[in-house]
Design a protein around this ligand. Structure first.
Ligand code: AHG
Ligand code: MN
Ligand code: MN
Length: 339
């Protein structure tokens, strides 16, 4: 007999991993799963804007048509508010914290960071997009949650995950005990365990970087790109270049197949482009749990101490041996950036 494990069942089975959590973390993950299904429904209608109304206009039902990233933000915040297990949300779409002032969330133990819609430039062109989330225990014990509850190191995350809205929709998450992936079966409306114990190959033959920015890259990255393009049968070089422009989609492919994703500092963005709290830390937690590695070129991402909500960092992430090699190039050719 074919047995299917749904996300809900899996979360409950794994609840014993967190005896201290008394089910709150499980409920939080369940709330995220619900929001993911709602956003997925809307993502699948993205090509219908001409029928349903352009963004910013009134659609045939008389509703204001929202941009999908604003819609996704509202859905995640609504699901987290309804669940009552978090007291505030830090989102890419909001400058400050979004406080949830309900009676149930007042004593909530967790804080959530979210990039509700990642890859927004790909929304209108039917290319995979995603959502990224990260969960911490709140550090203050009473009163209103403050920014300092969010400015924790990535090593303090209790759970993190992403949803990829692609040729199929998947939710992948970790609570620090391995990484598991669930594929949405639209016929039953459930995420079903499809990728248990995901492991990232130690080495790969894919590199993912926006090479259009080449002239602005640090020398270490330029030299690494030269290295991956040299012919060498022993190391299967030259590697293949694959860059979607949706971090979640590029990350997901490299997690499954092996590869490295790099968003370095550039002259335009000296601190890199990607955000620590809701892009780099959650994916770094997942890649480490899958046996891979995440670095800013010199340091482990999860060890960085964030000082503001929307702080950025360069990101080198993927197969462990590839990230280590890229770090060696950074150390050799861009040592001044190590400080
Ligand atoms: P977001 O859509 O959440 O703003 O994130 C966009 C990010 C990320 O998804 C992607 O890897 C990167 O921006 C692409 O940037 P470039 O277009 O500069 O390559
Ligand atoms: Mn993003
Ligand atoms: Mn986004």
């Amino acid at each position: 007999m074919n047995t299917v494990t749904t996300l809900g069942q899996f979360i409950i089975e794994r609840q014993t991993d967190f005896p201290y959590a008394k089910g709150e973390l499980s409920r939080l993950l369940r709330d995220i799963g619900i929001a993911a299904k709602i956003v997925n429904r809307e993502v699948n209608k993205a090509g219908l804007v001409d029928i349903l109304g352009e963004f910013g206009t009134i659609n045939v039902q008389g509703e204001n048509v929202k941009k999908l990233d604003v819609y996704a933000n509202e859905q995640f915040i609504a699901a987290l508010s309804a669940g009552g297990e978090t007291c505030a949300v830090a989102s890419e779409e909001n400058e400050g914290l979004v406080h949830i002032d309900s009676e149930v969330s007042k004593n909530a133990k967790y804080v959530v960071c979210v990039d509700p819609l990642d890859g927004s430039s790909n929304i209108d062109v039917n290319v995979s997009i995603g959502t990224i989330f990260s969960i911490y225990r709140r550090t203050s014990f009473s009163g209103k949650v403050e920014e300092k509850d969010y400015l924790q190191r990535g090593t303090d995350q209790v759970a993190a995950g992403y949803i990829i809205y692609g040729s199929s929709t998947m939710l992948v998450y970790t609570t620090g005990k391995g990484v598991n992936g669930f594929t949405l079966d639209p016929s039953i409306g459930e995420f079903c365990l499809s990728h248990p114990n995901m492991i990232c190959p130690q080495n790969g033959i894919i590199y993912s970087i926006n090479e259009g920015n080449y002239v602005h890259f640090p020398d270490g990255v330029k030299q690494y790109i030269k290295y991956v393009q040299v012919e060498d049968s022993k190391t299967s070089r030259p590697y293949s270049s694959r860059y979607i422009g949706s971090l979640v989609a590029d990350f997901h492919r490299n997690l499954l197949k092996g590869g490295i994703f790099i968003y370095p500092s550039t002259m335009k963005s000296p601190k890199g482009k990607l955000r620590i709290l809701y892009e780099c830390n959650p994916l770094a937690f997942i890649i480490e749990q899958a046996g891979g590695k995440a670095s800013d070129g010199f340091r482990r991402i999860l060890d960085l101490q964030p000082t503001s909500l929307h702080q950025r960092t360069p990101l080198f992430i993927g197969s462990s041996e590839m990230v280590t090699m890229a770090e060696e190039f950074m150390m050799k050719y861009s040592p001044v950036m190590a400080q």
